[in-house]
Write a protein that binds this ligand. Sequence first.
Ligand code: GAP
Length: 497
Amino acid sequence: MDAIVALAKRRGFIFPSSEIYGGLNGFFDYGPLGAELKKNIRDCWWNDLVRRRDDIVGVETSIIMHPKVWEASGHVAGFTDPLVDCKVTKQRFRADQLFFAEVVVDGKTVGHVSAVESDDTARDLQEMAEYFKRKKAIQGTLAPVVAREFTTAKPEEVPLIPSPVTGNPGDLTEARAFNMMFQTNVGAMTDASSVAYLRPETAQGMFVDFKSVVDTGRVKLPFGIAQIGRSFRNEITPRNFIFRSREFEQMEMEYFIHEEADWAKCHQEWIEWCRQWLLSIGLPESHLSLYAHPKEKLAFYSKGTVDIMFKYPFGVQELWGIAARGDYDLKQHATCSGKPQEIFDEATKRKFVPHVIEPAVGVDRILLAALCAGYAEDEAPDEKGKLEKRIVLRLSPRIAPVKVAVLPLLKNKELLTARARELYRKLQRRYAVFYDEAGAIGRRYRRQDEIGTPWCVTIDFETIEKDGSFTLRDRDTMAQRRIHEPELFALLEEKVY
Ligand code: GAP
């Protein structure tokens, strides 16, 4: 992760937000290359899902909606994480990410240890228990620790559990529900009547606009409404770089189906569509897996949720959730607004509330997955043929921020630079391209490798003096071959879509 974060900063993909003021935890800025990469991910999703399908339409709904939307959706009452405070340091923890264990020596509990969730929390707790026993000079045999989530602590156990920051028992509060929605006020008054929320998900926009789309969009079941936009969650512990942040971007789609349709089949089809789409933007199959939420952990209305998981350097984590939500959301909005959210069935001549399958993914999480899977270090020959370390970002041409770098072999030969600039301008009409004439050619290749540019073309004397062909260098194999301009455009047409 350190190498990826360093590369992201060094090459202008991602910076901490408001860095000159020390940054703001959980907020990030995308630099020139990051903004391109992010836009490419969004465009691929929108093109594949909205433009290239006849059954899905797109919307853009507002970030601040009527507060009743969030009452109806259940977010005001239930969009909470369990929160624990350290009373001394004022640090806050998510109770489901805080673990503790009894220290048991010769069958007797002699104390407690605690740790924040890590790659191997049980190991951390075991080491802490051993240290505890040594420090207190307790004789006897230490039993293997049994890690428990703080959420399972009984009230009488809480004062015995040490704070992971101070190490002292009694410093932690009991867990309480913390609502993650950011509040604001609309208008000049700042009283309870003006309270509104920044949306914690884009999904509700699609539910609330359902009737408007049906009445104006000439859509027929089954059909989907998709949206890309910012969401905001006051996460207690934003972490793992952009994986869990407080302001992020979601790409969500609500796929409405007949109440009697085979939802399980449809759910399965969407899981597979999402998986295939991730492969199409270059995420390796070896890093993807599926996780079906256990029935007992599902919300009462949910028929099933499957997450596509990704193997990040910090562990296998949720990338894309695909939920079968039944008719819960539309029915809630019908009840709370008093406006029916039904559709007319021509076959049976009656109205009903459609059911929904919802694939919901974060753009930032996809971007991070692409950086993590694409980052590699190998070796390449320098100017003198000596092998040196090369950092390469193996991004799919579909999402790479720069598709082609155009390089004249020499900077001071007008014939070469003029032809290179001409090709650069022509490519620029359709693609994000880069012109670079500074430095040795090997160094210029290396710069492009590091930002994930799939191809470099080099304009040399053969281009000018012979048949107009130029060198095409492949980022991943470093192989070079001569091609002509039409072949370059054909290659881009095939790979960048
Ligand atoms: N409408 C359903 C919904 O929002 P979710 O699982 O809470 O479901 C969907 O969020 C996706 O949004 C997640 O799978 C993840 O990719 C992304 N996401 C959620 N919280 C995030 C956060 N704090 N930072 C970055 N991405 C997040």
